[in-house]
Design a protein around this ligand. Structure first.
Ligand SMILES: Cc1cc2nc3c(=O)[nH]c(=O)nc-3n(C[C@H](O)[C@H](O)[C@H](O)COP(=O)(O)O)c2cc1C
Length: 190
């Protein structure tokens, strides 16, 4: 009887132990460890730089990807888009989106934007306003043309006051590197 109890206890401990060791090794083999969290990568991009970063993040995390798309596309012409964005910012306009998206099924939202006039682009403002980020974790990222992130991440927190905003990843134009993104994600404290 005692022998049976000892054997089954030993077997149980061995199974639990092996599972623990398996988990440690499984996590070590992944490039980034998302701890089984449900991940969404949502981004807006006008000329492709932020899109490229979003796709790298999606590849690394295996999350779902959502392109934030304004109902009416911005002009391709640089001066025209700069002027429209300037006016939208000063008039506090929230440009309508083709689809507001949905963050409710996700734990962590990687949120990407180009820096427009020292902050996030208008469509990203709308995305934050139109979704409920209560209890969500946002890992913001942005690309810029030389001025850095400016107020982008501070403004993300202002528009999603009930979310936890993690350190952002900032890169110049199309200079983002896979390895830097990996290091950033692995340094985040979810
Ligand atoms: C309307 C507009 C405003 C911009 N404002 C800034 C800015 O305030 N600071 C900055 O460093 N770059 C600024 N840029 C440059 C973009 O942030 C940069 O080119 C970015 O990588 C573009 O990302 P995208 O290719 O994903 O659209 C601006 C570009 C545009 C079109």
């Amino acid at each position: 009887m005692n022998y049976k109890i000892i054997t089954s206890t030993f077997l149980c401990l061995a199974i639990i132990g092996s599972f623990g060791i398996y988990k440690v090794f499984a996590n070590q083999n992944k490039e980034v460890n998302m701890d089984n969290k449900k991940v969404l990568v949502a981004y807006y991009s006008h000329s492709g730089n932020t899109k490229a970063v979003a796709e790298k993040i999606q590849n690394l995390t295996g999350g779902d990807i959502f392109e934030i798309t304004p109902k009416t596309a911005y002009p391709k012409d640089y001066n025209a888009v700069v002027e429209q964005a300037r006016k939208e910012k000063s008039d506090n306009v929230l440009p309508e989106l083709a689809d507001n998206g949905n963050v409710k099924d996700y734990d962590i939202i990687f949120l990407g934007t180009p820096v427009w006039w020292y902050t996030m682009a208008g469509p990203v403002r709308t995305f934050l306003k139109e979704n409920d980020f209560t209890g969500k974790v946002i890992a913001p990222f942005c690309t810029h043309g030389g001025g850095g992130e400016s107020s982008t991440y501070i403004d993300v927190q202002k528009l999603a006051p009930n979310a936890k905003i993690l350190n952002g990843y900032t890169s110049y134009e199309n200079s983002a590197k896979d390895n830097d993104i990996k290091v950033w994600i692995n340094g985040l404290k979810f």
